[in-house]
Write a protein that binds this ligand. Structure first.
Ligand SMILES: Nc1ncnc2c1ncn2[C@@H]1O[C@H](COP(=O)(O)OP(=O)(O)OP(=O)(O)O)[C@@H](O)[C@H]1O
Length: 309
């Protein structure tokens, strides 16, 4: 197999038990090199458990994971070197300065002369001023920047970002997406979990939705959006008390004042027919607006969860 044919991440029938709880129920996922991949799911779906197994921080109860062809158990060091994980939680050693921490992390991967790359990371993440500051003295947002630098210090081909923008300010979020897009442009494989579905919609090529420890959907972003059979039709009526014909009223999801929102099936319902039915019934319409589904609609349809990833 040519190196470029090796999947960046190859997860085969991974199960994880915590006592009686089966947090992962036989997950299969193959992420190709160079993909920008989204891993979504409601709270407790198993995303962090899966990332922990990918990073070799936790052992699967059964199944196997390979990172760039390296088994995370039998070939741990090479699998770990191929992966950079930006963790969800702010875990760090408070006694080191930012630069010391990055040098230590480089040493862990056997990189002894990593200064130029550390300087570049500090610059891109706007941390140059803080290079000699103690970790303890940094704000939460700055600590998160350091964790991002730490994940990238060994230039891993696969970068996993576990909800990296939860609770960070707009500036850091934008800096992070610039950096992530740059890494992706340079050929890195990116795996992202996020609570912000619009982020996944904007960034990811392919998305897996995990629910109760199993993959319930795996598709391109457009493929997922096409699975959702509905779109919304918003109308403004001339008379808020107008009596609507049954063909229209049975599709109402919201009505307030002159505004009426209808849910139409993309494959069979037709906005023109709705308007014709209203015209025949003598109901005046002053405005019309259609709305395509978002990833959030698909997510809720598939997981039944009100709360995003
Ligand atoms: N160390 C542990 N011991 C026992 N149960 C655990 C442990 N870690 C996770 N779990 C359970 O495993 C399930 C999956 O948790 P996990 O943290 O992987 O979900 P998640 O999709 O990352 O959720 P979130 O979006 O809230 O971070 C949950 O039911 C959780 O309570």
């Amino acid at each position: 197999m040519a190196t470029s044919d090796i999947p960046a991440v190859d997860i085969a029938d991974v199960r994880k038990h915590y006592g009686l709880l089966e947090a992962l129920k036989g997950v299969d996922l193959r992420i190709e090199q160079g993909e920008f991949f989204g891993l979504l799911g409601p709270n407790g779906a198993g995303k962090s458990t899966l990332i922990g197994i990918m990073a070799g921080l936790a052992r699967a109860s059964s199944g196997r994971v390979r990172i760039m062809g390296h088994d995370t158990v039998s070939d741990f060091r090479r699998a770990r070197a191929a992966l950079g994980v930006v963790p969800q939680e702010l875990v760090y050693d408070p006694f080191f300065s930012v630069r010391e921490l990055l040098e230590l992390q480089s040493g862990y991967f056997g990189l002894l002369r990593n200064g130029p790359w550390i300087d570049e990371l500090l610059h891109v993440l706007d941390l140059t001023d803080k290079a000699d500051a103690n970790m303890q003295a940094l704000s939460g947002g700055m600590k998160r920047r350091v964790l991002i630098a730490q994940a990238l210090v060994h230039r891993p081909p696969v970068v996993v970002l576990d909800e990296p923008t939860a609770g960070v300010d707009v500036e850091l979020r934008q800096a992070l997406w610039r950096l992530t897009r740059k890494l992706h442009g340079e050929g890195h494989t990116i795996v992202l979990t996020t609570h912000y579905l619009e982020e996944a919609e904007a960034l990811c090529d392919r998305i897996a939705i995990l629910d109760h420890g199993a993959v319930c959907a795996l598709d391109t972003k457009d493929g997922l959006l096409n699975r959702y059979p509905w779109r919304l039709l918003r109308l403004t009526l001339t008379d808020e008390h107008a009596v609507l014909p049954e063909a229209v009223s049975e599709r109402i999801v919201d009505r307030s004042g002159c505004g009426v929102t209808l849910r139409l099936r993309k494959d069979t319902d037709n906005a023109g027919e709705v308007l014709a039915a209203l015209f025949r019934a003598g109901v005046g319409v002053t405005d019309i607006h259609t709305e395509e589904p978002s990833l959030e609609d698909v997510f809720m349809e598939l997981t039944g969860d009100e709360e995003a990833a």
